[in-house]
Design a protein around this ligand. Structure first.
Ligand SMILES: *Cc1c(COP(=O)(O)O)cnc(C)c1O
Length: 485
């Protein structure tokens, strides 16, 4: 397929900008381009066809099953998009006077209330733009808390080895030393190891529960007690709250800070790189450190009005203004659509769907853990690879020919030849049955035609790109012929 630049034809196209109706300003010399900006020149229908062709070559939730573990690629109701495209939301300016943006402030206020109810937290900021950004923000709260108590010796963050890769990365970015503790055979936190790791230098623990192997750690109260007793705080990675929302709350498990991925659990389409939202909730004693403004209510006999309030000891802004506001609109729409009954029901279905697939596959595929899982399960293809040479990668690629997006591969790192499957709550039993059938067929093929699977996929626009080169040396710009820089 040709690039949009290669389809360009000089002189073709249309005026993008209306004639200038404000005084023109001469930019300072150093801010001016040295050569003319070259953009592809195409007619509107050529552009339309170009992007339609690109869209057809990609796999999205609207194309088929997308069981990408830890990513929650569920169907996101279209009504959320409708709410997020209302002019009253899209045409606001963040510096408008408060009395002109009461509706937007109410959205932030309600979203905070509901998400605090769901997580068991007391306050929330919507500034962080992604999950990892929320982690950094939450850790900055923990840091500010210890510093506020003149407790400078707490330099370490404990992270179980089953953690999502962003956890240790965020702790390191925040300037902490990362202490990794090994998980037990059953994938849960080893209490003895934890007890041995905590001490006067412990700033906190980062944990996700259900953990990255899809299991709920039954010792969670004991875990948070051990950390608190040592004087540390507990951080909950709530990127994937699907399994427990409306059923169990991080706040009740003993956590002090939590981030959510609105673009996973609370239904904003993602996968293309954003925009996302990783709000951070905290208990009351950390509220004063939150970034950005909070929303308060003034109430008197004339009614009520929302207003912005500053946090006294704020860590400072982590993003401009109120974060990705329209993602919050989508999340609030989703919460209000599902309501108090629908949210736990969605969680129950996420867990049911994952266990349905797990059990229906477990006579063929080897599960990494035998327990009942939460919203996702992990298989290990170590034995299959040993016996047939067919790897987790081969199976994942073969699924593409059946219109199924591969599960997450080779993660979590503690499971060898891992495939992590998250069907999500929005798939029907028929879809799950079809996928189970495909998984089983490919498994049988592994013994008979391993070479065929090494070469899969055969039906997609591209086969197997060199993923290392693509990640390490991505080509992100286009150079026109004869262009110098
Ligand atoms: C996705 C995910 C993250 C990171 O979220 P981003 O929005 O991609 O930064 C963190 N933790 C877990 C468990 C996740 O699944």
């Amino acid at each position: 397929m040709k690039l949009v630049f290669e389809k360009s034809s000089p002189g073709r196209g249309m005026e993008l900008l209306a004639p200038c109706d404000v005084p023109q300003v001469e930019l300072a010399k150093e801010n001016q381009r040295s050569s003319r900006l070259r953009l592809p020149q195409m007619s509107e229908n050529e552009i339309s066809r170009h992007y339609t062709e690109l869209a057809k070559g990609a796999h999205g939730v609207n194309d088929g099953f997308y069981p990408l573990g830890s990513c929650t690629m569920k169907y996101n109701p279209k009504i959320n998009e409708k709410a997020a495209s209302l002019k009253g939301f899209t045409e606001l300016h963040p510096l408008q006077p408060e009395h002109t943006v009461q509706g937007a402030l109410e959205v932030l206020h309600l979203a905070e209330i509901y998400l605090c109810q769901i997580t068991g937290m007391d306050a929330m900021t919507f500034q962080p733009a992604a999950g990892a950004h929320g982690e950094l923000t939450g850790l900055l709260l923990i840091k500010a808390y210890h510093e506020g108590r003149q407790d400078g010796k707490r330099r370490k963050i404990i992270v179980p080895d089953s953690a999502h890769g962003t956890n240790p990365a965020s702790a390191a970015m925040c300037g902490y030393d990362v202490v990794s503790i090994p998980s037990r055979e059953d994938g849960c936190v080893d209490l003895e190891q934890l007890q041995a790791a905590v001490g006067e230098d412990t700033a906190g623990l980062m944990l996700t529960n259900p953990n990255t192997v899809g299991l709920f750690d039954k010792n969670i109260l004991e875990i948070t007690r051990i950390v608190h007793e040592a004087g540390g705080l507990c951080y909950y990675d709530g990127a994937n709250l699907n399994a427990i929302m409306g059923i169990a709350r991080p706040g009740d498990m003993g956590f002090d800070v939590v981030h959510l991925n609105l673009h996973k659990t609370f239904s904003t389409p993602h996968g293309g790189g954003g925009p996302g939202s990783g709000p951070v909730g905290c208990k009351d004693f950390l509220k004063t450190y939150l970034p950005g403004a909070g929303v308060g209510i003034w109430e008197n006999e004339n009614g009520k009005a929302y207003h912005l309030t500053d946090h006294e000891k704020s860590i400072g802004a982590v993003k401009m203004f109120y974060g990705n506001f329209l993602v919050v609109v989508r999340a609030l729409t989703y919460i209000l659509t599902l309501g108090k009954e629908g949210i736990p029901e969605a969680a129950a279905n996420a867990v049911l769907n994952a266990n349905y697939m797990r059990v229906k596959l477990s006579d063929v595929y080897q599960m990494a853990y035998e327990e009942t899982c939460m919203h996702e399960f992990v298989m290990t293809l170590e034995k299959l690879k040993h016996d047939t040479g067919v790897s987790a990668m081969d199976i994942a690629k073969a699924l593409l020919d059946y219109g199924i997006h591969p599960p997450t591969m080779y993660f979590p790192l503690i499971v060898h030849e891992a495939l992590m499957v998250e069907p999500t709550e929005t798939e029907s039993r028929e879809t799950l049955d079809e996928a189970i059938e495909v998984f089983r067929r490919i498994y049988q093929q592994a013994a008979k035609q391993p070479d065929y699977l090494h070469g899969a996929p055969y039906e997609t626009p591209i086969g197997r790109p060199d993923e290392v080169t693509a990640a390490r040396k991505p080509i992100l710009t286009y150079r026109w012929e004869g262009q110098e820089t």
